[in-house]
Design a binder for this molecule. Structure first.
Ligand code: SF4
Length: 612
């Protein structure tokens, strides 16, 4: 058996209240590595076309990776996936904290939750043995209360994942939370967990994970820890975490502001890292084995009311701050804590509320429609709307189905400024005059998300008007960044501290005994990228090029202010970017992988689906 893994697939059938353990296929380790790779591979076999995202046949998949919990910096990531209720296609997300290594020590490389329980449950996984606890008394509880309660009942050594009221009430962008502030936020994985009547998953693992060469793993880990702490990026970034990006983003006109109407927020320094450190942060918090703990625990404040929370990190500052026209970091932290306790993805929640504010200010929706006046800059109104969304009250019920569904329902041209790709709300980078970043969003496999390819710095460095090399860079990033999700570790030592990503190759042999070059690793990522594309092709009727469209606003109107004022690309230029990208990927003009590309990547089992 290849070392470095927990060893097993743990299948939990909630309808039958049964569980079964089978070995993870050895070939999957070589071809998919773990984490996101295992999720995509299992997704293909387990979730069939025609499945209802909220029905018993959808499955919630969770997987650590071979690097999870090992002695290299920042190795605490857990990947998860399901057919997305937000987009109808391939959905995934990941979270930090400590549960990933716990699961691996429980002997689990892939957890499959299937079926639907008859009453609310907490699934308890103790070294791979599964039992259930009645969750009815706290089914409606907030995330923080539920995690605290289960820690008290089970013991501090247990690692707990929970959902909040938003998931329970069917919001399609509900998250799964762990460690009082770590979220798997995107694509509605929390909504799928709620549909299975699972309020929480508690994990305890005490088994050793056998390594191929423990001494060499330790030596490589020590070398890496030393390198990380010597990086110039470490001292600049660690004290503030991701909010360090705020001044740069606003000065470059890429900080989403007032529903992406512009990319510059006046008073951006009130949202930056030093201001947050002074006004919100109390302590640093980190995931398993992290030398650069970027989590910041502290209090948000709104009109004298306090709310403890972790963060806000950059994405939440962008979507709950500038995108709502709010420049008070304590208020942003309060809104972040509100989303966290309700179990809302703060990116999607900020995005849909910003859309409702633009609708109100432009007269498409009235205070009577929305339940209150919704003006940019009004944090009280935003907080109230988050509650309406999470509990399905009034217009909140419509917003809780995502910005695409809400704009389709309202009509009147509001679709033009519904900021999503494939039904997933766009995250914290305005990209209308940043071609690589726009292409990143357009082609992201889960929809409007930045994490697969954060290409905006490349646009700034190589010329925003310039298209040359942009598709190549996006593809490279779409292979390198998700590689960390397959390995089960965090990419910040590379992205933020400045470590060479290729240095991660040094760990694969000592941990697993498998021999990989950097190019071999990128090939795994390319395989997974094509597989997730095929999954969405198989599940979404008519899936193809039209699903890779940018929001109309990005190709129709420029900013009024800022460094790129008045500039945007045309719809034809967006199509030109896609042509370049598809050609480099070996996909047809409709954006579907060709049979020869699938065969080249060892995805022969997908070829028959091309003839659907
Ligand atoms: Fe977690 Fe931040 Fe460390 Fe990454 S850098 S492992 S997100 S604490």
């Amino acid at each position: 058996m290849i070392p470095g893994y927990g060893g097993n697939i743990l299948r939990v059938n909630l309808t039958a209240k049964s569980s079964a353990t089978t070995p993870i296929p050895e070939s999957w380790k070589r071809e998919y590595l773990g984490g996101r790779g295992f999720i995509a591979r299992a997704f293909w076999d387990e979730i069939k076309p025609g499945t209802d995202p909220l029905g018993p046949d959808n499955k919630l998949l969770m997987a650590p990776g071979p690097y999870t919990g090992q002695f290299l910096s920042s190795s605490g990531k857990l990947h998860m996936g399901a057919l997305s209720p937000a987009t109808g296609g391939y959905g995934d997300s990941n979270m930090g904290g400590h549960v990933s290594f716990e699961l691996k020590q429980a002997g689990v490389d892939l957890l499959i939750l299937e079926g639907i329980a008859d009453t609310p449950v907490t699934v308890v996984i103790d070294d791979g043995k599964v039992t259930y606890r009645d969750a009815s008394p706290y089914w409606e509880g907030t995330t923080f209360d539920t995690e605290r309660r289960l820690k008290e009942e089970l013991g501090e050594e247990w690692q707990i994942m929970v959902i909040g009221p938003a998931a329970v009430n069917g919001v399609v962008f509900a998250c799964i939370q762990h460690d009082f502030g770590r979220q798997a936020g995107r694509t509605g994985v929390g909504t799928v967990m709620a549909s299975k009547k699972v309020k929480a998953i508690a994990v305890r693992g005490t088994k050793d994970v056998r390594l191929f060469d423990a001494k060499r793993t330790l030596a490589e880990g020590e070398k890496m820890m030393d390198q990380v702490m010597k990086q110039p990026g470490f001292t600049a970034w660690q004290p503030y975490g991701t909010p360090e990006v705020v001044p740069w983003a606003s000065s470059q006109g890429v900080m989403p502001t007032r529903n992406f109407q512009t990319g510059v927020i006046e008073g951006f320094h009130n949202l930056d890292g030093p201001t947050m450190k002074a006004k919100v942060t109390e302590i640093d918090k980190g995931c398993t084995s992290c030398a650069i703990p970027c989590g910041k625990w502290g209090k948000g404040v709104l009109n004298g009311k306090e709310k403890p929370q972790e963060g806000p990190e950059y994405e939440s500052i962008a979507l709950l701050g500038s995108n709502l026209g709010i420049t008070d970091i304590q208020q942003v932290a309060y809104l972040n804590g509100t989303c966290d306790e309700l179990g809302l993805d703060s990116i999607s929640a900020g995005n849909v509320v910003a859309w409702s504010m633009e609708c109100f200010e432009k007269g498409f929706l009235s205070a009577a429609d929305l339940g209150r006046e919704m003006r940019f800059g009004d944090a009280e109104a935003a907080a109230a709307m988050f509650h309406d969304i999470a509990y399905g009250h009034g217009f909140g019920k419509i917003l809780g189905q995502g910005v695409r569904a809400a704009a389709t329902r309202v009509g009147l041209g509001t679709e033009r400024f519904a900021m999503h790709v494939k039904g997933l709300e766009i995250s914290g980078y305005e990209a209308r005059y940043a071609p690589a970043m726009m292409l990143s969003y357009m082609t992201c496999d889960i929809g409007g998300n930045h994490s697969r390819s954060w290409a905006v710095t490349f646009d700034v460095a190589t010329g925003r008007e310039n298209f040359e090399g942009k598709a190549e860079r996006v593809i490279w990033l779409q292979h390198v960044r998700p590689l960390f999700d397959a390995l089960g570790c965090c990419r910040f030592p590379w992205v933020e501290a400045g470590l060479d990503p290729e240095s991660y190759v040094a760990f694969i042999e000592p941990i697993t005994g498998m021999q990989f070059t950097w190019d071999d690793m990128l090939k795994v990522s390319e395989r997974v990228w094509n597989l997730t594309r095929m999954i969405s092709y198989r599940h979404i009727p008519g899936f193809g090029r039209s699903f890779d469209s940018p929001p109309p606003r990005w190709v129709e109107e420029g900013h009024e202010t800022g460094p790129t004022a008045g500039k945007h690309f045309t719809p034809e230029q967006a199509q030109d970017l896609l042509d370049r990208y598809y050609k480099l990927r070996g996909w047809d003009v409709n954006g579907i992988p060709k049979a020869e590309k699938l065969q080249e990547l060892g995805l022969e089992f997908c070829v028959a689906a091309l003839c659907k």
